[in-house]
Write a protein that binds this ligand. Structure first.
Ligand code: 13P
Ligand code: SF4
Length: 319
């Protein structure tokens, strides 16, 4: 009881401080339920980047991870972007450094670089295009077919895009997100065997996405019931679908809002241990402290931001 009172008091204070500072709260689909419930915009990485461009707020509190706040800061150098916990990083973004990309580019001097938004600002500054899981296929399709591409850093998303577009000239960086890579094909098969009528929604970063695509092409998984989707598209798809049972292969935080939006439907995690420790670092207390104490302000040096912005703006305008 005391806990509930404390929580609702913190939520009230957050609202007061938001008004005082003309702030907006952007939250990713993997945030803890309490944060999802108070977000002004809740969405996938593309929707949040677009919301950061559209807002008239002076302060953006980013309830997500560092590269997302950095992207918002690059797009809005005149606004204050706050990340409530500086330790909220991303294992996938850490899988390639700017120096590694420079070396890779030197090996393929004619290639253009398509970087997943889950990268540092320095890596984005060396890239031609950014993409998210929601528009990676559209971005690659927008590039002339004979143009060699370096795609980074996620190998599962890269092979998904390669398969869908039929591209033969894509080099893929062998990075992975430790949370999504941990969702294995045998786990999906085990849940599916107990719920054969359920639809399967798979994030393209998953360790099981390649096998799901293969099993679909072999007719083992029915095409009409298997979908490889970004988190935002999982939200819209589950609302529109006539099916009432879904197996969700991504970080489990998204199940909160899927269930909230569709109380009559059932959502099962392909792997209940698929929890992103970075996303869970943002708490109500830290959001309040961020607003009150103006912390932690995320900034990007101008020369890096200007170069990175070009690639991010291409991401925002396509798909
Ligand atoms: P989306 O929100 O773009 O689907 O990406 C998932 C993710 O892992 C973000 O870190
Ligand atoms: Fe990064 Fe994976 Fe966490 Fe997303 S789920 S923020 S890709 S570590």
């Amino acid at each position: 009881m005391t806990n509930t009172i404390t929580k609702s008091r913190i939520v009230e204070e957050i609202q007061e401080w938001k008004e005082k500072r003309n702030a907006i709260l952007l939250a990713h689909n993997y945030q803890i339920p309490e944060i999802q419930d108070i977000a002004d915009v809740l969405g996938d990485s593309l929707a949040l980047a677009r919301a950061a461009v559209d807002t008239t707020a002076d302060v953006i509190v980013f309830c997500g991870v560092h590269f997302m706040a950095e992207t918002a800061a690059i797009l809005n150098p005149e606004k204050t972007v706050l990340l409530p916990d500086l330790e909220a990083g991303c294992s996938l973004a850490d899988s390639i450094t700017a120096d590694q990309l420079r070396e890779w580019k030197a090996e393929h001097p004619d290639a253009v670089v398509v970087a997943y938004v889950n990268t540092s600002a320095e890596v984005k500054a060396l890239s031609d295009y950014c993409c998210t899981s929601s528009n990676a296929v559209d971005i690659v399709r927008s590039i002339p077919e004979d143009q060699e591409i370096l795609f980074l850093p996620d190998m599962y998303l890269g092979s998904f895009v390669e398969r869908v577009t039929g591209r033969k000239n894509m080099h893929i960086w062998m990075g992975e997100c430790h949370v999504h890579a941990g969702i294995r094909p045998y786990q999906v098969e085990s849940v599916l065997s107990k719920h054969p009528d359920a639809e399967l929604l798979v994030h393209p970063e998953c360790g099981c996405s390649t096998s799901s695509m293969y099993l679909m092409s072999e007719g083992v998984l029915p095409k009409e019931k298997t979908h490889i989707l970004s988190t935002g598209k999982m939200v819209t798809h589950s609302k529109d679908s006539q099916t009432d049972e879904f197996i969700i292969a991504t970080e489990v935080g998204i199940i909160h809002q899927l269930q909230k939006q569709n109380p009559e439907k059932r959502f099962l995690a392909a792997n209940p241990d698929a929890v992103c420790p970075f996303m869970k670092m943002i708490t109500l207390e830290k959001v309040l402290a961020a607003l009150k104490e103006n912390k932690h302000v995320i900034t990007v040096p101008t020369h890096t931001a200007e170069k990175a912005k070009r690639a991010i703006e291409r991401m925002i305008s396509i798909g």
